[in-house]
Design a protein around this ligand. Structure first.
Ligand SMILES: [Zn+2]
Length: 107
């Protein structure tokens, strides 16, 4: 069972109360960028076995979007944080490195 805590309203609930929104921290490319960069932004997604950063929406709660860091194999959640964050907070990175020393880091 995947339990997530919404950072907007503080409610902890099962994943059925939330809607997944795909990979977090996608890098957008503006006008003048190459076709490869645009294709990467539009279609290429990570599908890691392990640490992953994702977008979620509290669909049956406050309705707000937020981001979560979790392990896709164990469903362990390392933390959730506001959707306006451009990269994972240092405390979540430190928690992941503590529990997963082999993790290669956020890219
Ligand atoms: Zn909420």
């Amino acid at each position: 069972m995947l339990l997530l805590t919404c950072p907007c309203c503080g409610v902890t609930a099962e994943e059925t109360e939330f809607s997944p929104g795909g990979e977090a921290h996608l890098k957008r490319f503006g006008p003048g960028s190459s076709d490869d960069d645009y294709e990467t932004y539009m279609f290429q997604r990570k599908n890691p076995r392990g640490v992953h950063f994702e977008r979620w929406r509290h669909a049956y709660g406050c309705g707000k979007w937020f981001l979560a860091a979790r392990d896709t194999m164990t469903l362990e959640v390392f933390g959730t944080y506001p959707a306006q964050t451009t990269e994972p907070p240092p405390e979540i990175i430190a928690k992941i490195k503590q529990k997963r020393p082999e993790w290669e880091g956020f890219k």
